[in-house]
Design a protein around this ligand. Structure first.
Ligand SMILES: [Zn+2]
Length: 321
């Protein structure tokens, strides 16, 4: 019994010691855990501080981005992106405004230039239309036939000749002016109707055929000196063959006579042009005829003569024909 009691007392003491050890262990665990938790908090704080310290570097990068072109898909914060976009838009607006100002000025200048050009073109077209409709500039040559129903209002002039009545005043003025200068002008031919022109032309063709030419060759050669019927200015009543009292033949040498020189120098002052000048045979299709004068009116005659043009060239330059 005594041994059992001793054993029981020992067992009880061991149990107490064990309990105490457990308690101490538990306490140590608690303390350790607390220490670990505290360490972790410090570590987190330190990480946060490090991150905070790095922020300015990110901002600097963003500022760099703002100054430079924004990169597509950059990892900047939403706010910063918005700022960049806003600033970029502002820049874009400013640029657009500047461009718009330039555009407006440029377009205004362009409009003015276009308007000037259009106005000039309109004036040219208007002048061309007026010239086209002007009886004084009626063009006839081997390419421009006179309509068969063309009938000028004719009046007798110096007896047997007839001319378009609208030219008589200027014609008379020219004859009088020449007379004052000691030159007696003589009209050889004025208005000729279609049939008269046809007879003259056919007579010329026969003459060339007698020289051995074919009909085609003779016709072409005749047309250089006698306009084919339907293409003669005499048929308009606006053309005159004029010579001087000392030289009545229709030859090139008439150009060197007193009357020939006077007409070449002064006819335009009265509205008449030397219609088939020397050196322009290819354009007019007619040989040099220093005796053939065509009425176009004083203004046109002055321009055509001063510019050294044929009627064909003058009309072409002004957009007619
Ligand atoms: Zn003639």
């Amino acid at each position: 019994m005594k041994q059992n009691a001793a054993f029981g007392s020992l067992f009880k003491n061991i149990m107490i010691v064990m309990e105490v050890l457990l308690c101490v262990t538990a306490l140590l665990l608690l303390v350790f855990r607390h220490s670990v938790a505290g360490f972790e908090t410090e570590a987190t704080k330190e990480t946060q501080i490090t991150e905070e310290a790095e922020e300015p570097a990110v901002e600097s990068a963003e500022e760099y981005l703002q100054e430079d072109e924004p990169l597509a898909g950059s990892d900047t914060e939403a706010d910063t992106e918005a700022d960049i976009e806003a600033e970029t838009e502002t820049d874009a607006v400013t640029e657009t405004e500047t461009e718009t100002d330039t555009d407006i000025r440029t377009s205004q200048e362009t409009l003015q230039e276009q308007s000037m050009e259009e106005q000039e073109e309109l004036l040219r077209m208007k002048k061309a239309e007026e010239m086209k409709a002007d009886w004084r500039l009626f063009l006839t040559n081997k390419n421009h036939y006179i309509p068969t129903d063309y009938e000028p209002e004719l009046v007798a002039f110096t007896g047997r000749h007839r001319v378009d009545e609208r030219i008589t005043e200027d014609l008379q003025e020219m004859i009088d002016a020449a007379k004052e200068d000691g030159v007696r002008l003589q009209i050889v031919s004025a208005y000729r109707d279609f049939n008269r022109q046809k007879r003259l032309y056919e007579k010329k063709v026969r003459a060339y055929k007698r020289k051995g030419m074919t009909f085609e060759e003779a016709s072409m050669e005749a047309a250089k000196t006698v306009a084919a019927p339907g293409t003669s200015e005499h048929q308009l009543g606006l053309a005159l063959d004029i010579v001087g009292s000392s030289h009545s033949a229709l030859t090139e040498s008439f150009a060197d006579t007193k009357a020939g020189i006077w007409l070449a120098s002064h006819s335009y002052e009265y509205g008449f042009i030397l219609r088939y000048p020397k050196g322009k045979e290819e354009i007019t299709g007619i040989i040099f005829e220093p005796w053939h004068f065509r009425y176009v009116g004083k203004d046109y005659a002055k321009e055509i003569t001063e510019q050294g043009l044929t009627l064909e060239e003058y009309l072409k330059e002004n957009g007619v024909n």
